[in-house]
Ligand binder design. Sequence first.
Ligand code: DAH
Length: 373
Amino acid sequence: MSAPNKQYDPVEVAALSAEAVAAARDEALAAIAAARSLDDLKAVRVAHAGDRSALALANAEIGALPPQARAEAGKRVGAARRDVAQALSQRQEVLESERDRRVLEEERVDVTLPWDRAPRGAEHPVTMTSQRLTDVFVAMGYEVAEGPEVEAEWYNFDALNFPPDHPAREMQDTFFVAGPEASARSGIVLRTHTSPVQIRAMLTRPLPLYVVSPGKCFRSDALDATHSPVFHQIECLAVDEGLTMADLRGAINAFVEAMFGEGLRTRLRPDFFPFTEPSADVSMECHVCRGASTRPGGAPCRVCRSQGWIEIAGCGMVNPKVLVACGIDPDRYSGFAFGLGIERSLMIRHGVTDIRDTLEGDVRFSRAFGMEI
Ligand code: DAH
């Protein structure tokens, strides 16, 4: 026979003592209150309400108690576990609503903000003018021909019949590229005009020849309102049998009308260029006042300075010497050419008074010209 069971004293089961249960509960409540995030709280839940928590272990011990002690210990542990569960769910609610508020704040979308925050660029007006001029000639059947910006002196000057001592070759006009020995000439220049493309076209393309050549040019001019060391020209060249000044005139008229307005008259006056003979400068009737400023009582015109005419280009019949330099028989073929400044065209067409506006890269200047497709 076994000895009778002693009276059970729950105090003897350490994990179930009132102090131990209260301590486990208080520790749990403190940890819950200290949880700063839902993740923290998850860890607290595992530590203080999970299967291995002090209160869960205490709960498991209850079953081992003698029946008369179970009720009391069960009540005590049960109450502590309820307190912890309630604190957990309250804290969970608080932390969830805090998170929801934060997410709403952080992920807030202001639907009233404009969507197009990246500033739009704009095609440069010099590019636009160059394309517009080129298109006029392409529409007349001309081909686009391009040449290098760093050019052999021979193409830029000699083949175009510039004599060796021509003033344009001098340092104040031309950027010469230094040779291997800085003192010696390399024979290479930054092209001073687009006319060398005429030579390249005549040397490489079959006749008859109709080409238009837009491009960048360089002269050692100081930058001011009307001069820039870097600028653009467009050159037009036709070589065919039987071309005369009348054809040149016709091409010029077509270009002026397409670029500046229908019905504008043109005027040729004698001029000199080594590569054309005869040579002329081209003026067009002022597209703004159409000559009104020159007549008695007419309002003054800023665009033509009340001259009625605006000089826009140089032109002429291709000098037979240039044809010969390119291996073309001047008895069979003749040619006409003209060249003009693209910035100048732009300035005349749009009333731009300072060429530096085309160089500064301020998109506000470009944007004012809009887009052309
Ligand atoms: N190349 C000349 C210049 O830069 C412009 C020019 C004049 C071009 C007469 C031509 C022309 O084709 O025939 O000043």
